[in-house]
Design a protein around this ligand. Structure first.
Ligand SMILES: *Cc1c(COP(=O)(O)O)cnc(C)c1O
Length: 398
């Protein structure tokens, strides 16, 4: 039988993917997204979710959301924000997010991916340049590529290198882009040094606070609050609502001039359907929990401290992270896969992260610790990690 070119091509690419060990399966969740979840039929303690404050499956939150939603319905929004899709819950949520952060304006998106395309494509024109941290999230990289302008990267969190890049003259617009908390390492952007480097420069700054809003700072206000800095009018912050908010969607926060530009010129804002109004009502209820969530953040920090102390005592290699993202460096891809499997069999879900998601030779297990975990679960996990070490004869503290 004769194969068409497209069949031969696709079959070849898929089998290469399998042979390289890069095939991605989708674990099937058959329970609510809580600390204990049923995955592919097996109950596990999950350290795989980004629901940092444990809000996603909170029953009373859903009830509050329904009350706030009033007559907005449970279906879709029916159109883009600039046509018939901008409903009252969206509008109220934007105002409440702006008040929480103390910014002029907030613009809601249906995902962080789309927001990260928008914050770059809306501003960049021919001759402009984008300067990124080397470890920025994939969605920020895609936004840079889609912008089609000069795109440069500096070594991770190296503000001296950023300052050197800024010395190169540029007649047009410059935008510096960074994660607030880096998604695979868990470390925080060196914001004080960055703001010093940018102080007398004519630049825009974008900070992606996907893993910092809700988690860091007073009332969960993110990296600027964490470092006790104010965001000036040249700063745009991107927040995602699918992580610490336990909801879905994203938003961009900043001055009126910046937000108007995005609303007028970002194609990923205009040419997509607004998120369902009920989703915005859920986020409104979640925002109150985030603001009043000091006890959740205190518990989260106790869990993080407990895990780090225990893992260090075992001799495991951690990364310099004080956030819920706690990678255990195992370096070798096969070892990361073995440990993931052994932990899974023992009832713990810790995803193995391998290249190309992280640099070659830095395969790791990536824990995300959430406020609905308990100290006992961390203790149990540490015991199982010790069993992995003994079985593997690796990283044992003598
Ligand atoms: C998750 C994530 C995004 C994407 O947000 P979504 O709402 O999931 O599309 C963007 N940036 C970072 C750093 C993220 O971790």
């Amino acid at each position: 039988m004769h194969n068409h070119t497209w069949q031969t091509r696709l079959t070849q690419r898929l089998s290469n993917q399998r042979e390289a060990g890069l095939w991605r399966d989708r674990p099937l969740m058959t329970s609510a997204p809580a600390a204990r979840v049923q995955v592919n039929g097996k109950w596990l303690i999950s350290f795989a979710s980004n629901d940092y404050l444990g809000l996603a499956a909170d029953a009373s939150l859903a009830a509050e959301a329904l009350a706030l939603n009033a007559d907005a319905g449970l279906g879709g929004s029916s159109a883009s924000h600039v046509l018939a899709g901008h409903h009252l819950p969206h509008h109220l949520l934007e105002d409440e997010l702006a008040d929480w952060l103390g910014v002029e304006r907030v613009l809601l998106f249906s995902s962080g991916y789309l927001a990260n395309l928008a914050v770059q494509t809306a501003f960049m024109q021919q001759g402009d340049r984008l300067i990124h941290d080397k470890l920025n999230h994939a969605s920020l990289i895609d936004g840079a590529l889609l912008s089609g302008v000069n795109f440069k990267r500096y070594p991770h969190n190296n503000m001296a290198a950023l300052a050197r890049r800024l010395l190169q003259p540029n007649a047009c617009l410059t935008m510096v882009v960074t994660d607030g908390v880096f998604s695979m390492d868990g470390d925080v952007v060196n914001l004080p040094a960055m703001l010093d480097a940018l102080a007398d420069k004519d630049v825009l700054l974008v900070v992606d606070e996907a893993h910092s809003f809700g988690v860091l700072g007073e009332q969960g206000r993110g990296s600027f609050s964490h470092f006790k800095r104010k965001a000036k009018p040249n700063v745009l912050r991107v927040g995602t609502l699918g992580k610490a908010f336990g909801s879905s969607g994203a938003f961009v926060a900043g001055s009126g001039l910046l937000i108007d530009t995005i609303a007028q010129f970002a194609r990923s804002y205009r040419y997509t359907t607004a998120q369902p109004p009920y989703q915005a009502s859920f986020t409104r209820a979640a925002l109150r929990r985030v603001q009043q969530g000091d006890h959740l953040r205190a518990h989260l920090n106790r869990l993080i401290t407990h895990f780090r102390a225990g893992a260090k005592a075992l001799g495991l290699t951690l990364m310099p992270s004080l956030t819920p993202i706690q990678p255990i460096l195992l370096n070798d891809n096969a070892r990361a896969m073995r440990w993931q499997q052994q932990l899974w069999d023992a009832g713990f879900w810790l995803p193995a992260i391998r290249p190309p998601t992280v640099p070659e030779g830095t395969a790791r297990l990536r824990l995300s610790i959430c406020a609905n975990h308990t100290i006992e679960q961390i203790e149990q996990l540490l015991l199982e990690l010790q069993k992995c070490q003994i079985k593997d004869g690796y990283g044992i503290n003598h």
